[in-house]
Design a protein around this ligand. Structure first.
Ligand code: PMP
Length: 429
């Protein structure tokens, strides 16, 4: 496999882009080596600048549920672009989009569009604070809610991948209001509420975590958070930027049968265009400007190209619920295959999976929170990543990221992935 064009592009990129990339995890810094520059993608496959083909398990970090360059989405964007790329004024399409979201997520009374997952979470937190009149909030170690200041405390994803303990530029004044504890530790949450009586505005959580690898909520954990928030008058925010419309049409709320007060979306809701959204109960959402005085705004919010892309994808998902069954079957098949070859290799491993989210930790203990994810053999994962890449399988370049399946994957792709895993393990162990 030649990657000379990628190498050339990376050295050129470093002269004009910080670290040569527009988002840190792309840099391959923790797995070693230089990033692959992509040219195009179709269905389940990525093609790089040198023409190499990869089976994709990143899927733009989630949104490509039906694969890349999905024809109805591409055609809808092309058609819409002819009517202008932005108005900064209301359109019928925004109303249709909000109605579609409400039909998929019944406990969302009102939904506001933004342009990224970061904006969605940042705005939901401000709203929870404005609504409760309290400042503090709880997030979980290893969860990532975007790069807004209050969330960059014990965060997952790139912050964990690059082992950044404190982020320069985030002031103590801000981070002091961010309370953290371990994922799945209900007692610790209870203790934080006891120590900060009447001061906690919200709990924000990835209901299935994807930013420290894939980590599942233990039975009763999310139910416990729901109960505590209700008892304490705090707002429960589900960050469904990864899980929304992926684990079920109604996201993790539907799949796990728990109602949050506010929900945030990103990625999937724009089918890969820059979109995010937050929504929830009327009583809370009506505090948002112009209904209320919790200010939140965006020139490009509800952008017509972003809306038509997301609307087209969500409509497909709504009309074809069988997609979720197919995705689940594909992921179960992959999991069984990975399990088989990993067991045969003799190396300790843990596979966490729900729906079409899955990840492998090279660990001899269950991986249920950030500490257990961090104490896995992540150096081995880094070697595994490169061995898989050389065999044409593109995994996220960090053990602290979940893998996402698209429904464009075929049986042959899954078999090829399992075979590549078997060969990679032979090479690196
Ligand atoms: N929340 C979660 C759960 C995420 O995974 C991400 C991005 N990986 C974000 C928020 C931030 O989204 P964005 O990168 O679109 O700002």
């Amino acid at each position: 496999m030649t990657i000379s064009k990628s190498e050339q592009l990376f050295s050129r990129a470093q002269n004009s882009i910080p670290g040569g990339v527009n988002s840190p995890v792309r840099a391959f810094k923790s797995v070693g080596g230089n990033p692959i520059f992509l040219k195009n993608a179709r269905g389940a496959y990525l093609f790089d600048a040198d023409g190499n083909k990869y089976i994709d398990y990143i899927n733009s970090w989630g949104p490509m549920i039906l694969g890349h360059a999905y024809t109805p989405v591409v055609e809808a964007i092309q058609k819409k672009a002819a009517d202008s790329t932005s108005f900064g004024a209301p359109t019928e399409l925004e109303v249709e989009m909000a109605e579609l979201v409400k039909s998929l997520v019944p406990n969302v009374d009102l939904v506001r569009m933004v342009s990224s997952g970061t904006e969605a979470c940042m705005s939901a937190l401000r709203l929870a604070r404005g609504y409760t009149g309290r400042n503090k909030f709880i997030k979980f170690e290893g969860c990532y809610h975007g790069h807004a200041d209050p969330f960059l405390v014990k965060a997952g994803s790139g912050v964990a991948t690059f082992n950044i303990q404190t982020v320069p530029g985030v002031t103590g004044g801000v981070s002091n209001d961010t309370l953290t504890c371990a994922y799945n530790d209900l007692d610790a949450v209870q203790q934080l509420f006891a120590e900060n009586k009447g001061e906690i505005a919200a709990i924000i959580i990835e209901p299935v975590a994807g930013n420290m690898g894939c980590i599942l909520p233990k039975e009763g954990f999310l139910e416990g958070l729901r109960r505590i928030c209700t008892d304490e008058g705090a707002v429960l925010i589900f960050d469904e930027v990864m899980t929304g419309f992926r684990l079920a049409p109604g996201g993790a709320q539907e799949r796990l049968k728990i109602d949050a007060d506010l929900v945030t979306y990103g990625k999937v809701i724009g089918a890969g265009m820059p979109v995010g959204a937050f929504g929830g109960r009327l009583e809370i959402m009506k505090q948002i400007a112009p209904l209320g005085s919790v200010y939140q705004a965006g020139t490009l919010s509800g952008n017509p190209l972003a809306m038509i892309a997301g609307y087209t994808l969500l409509q497909e998902l709504k009309n074809n619920p069988g997609i979720y069954t197919e995705l689940e079957e594909k992921c179960a098949y992959l999991k069984a295959g990975l399990q088989r070859v990993l067991e045969a290799s003799g190396t300790p491993f843990v596979i966490n999976q729900l729906g079409s989210m899955i990840s492998v930790h090279f660990s001899d203990h269950p991986v249920t929170d950030f500490a257990s994810a961090a104490s896995a053999n992540n150096a081995l994962f880094n070697k595994f990543f490169h061995a898989m890449l050389r065999r044409g399988v593109y995994l996220p370049p960090s053990a602290y990221e979940t893998w996402f399946l698209s429904n464009a994957l075929t049986q042959e792709d899954l078999d090829a992935t399992i075979k590549a895993t078997e060969e990679s393990l032979k090479e690196i162990l």
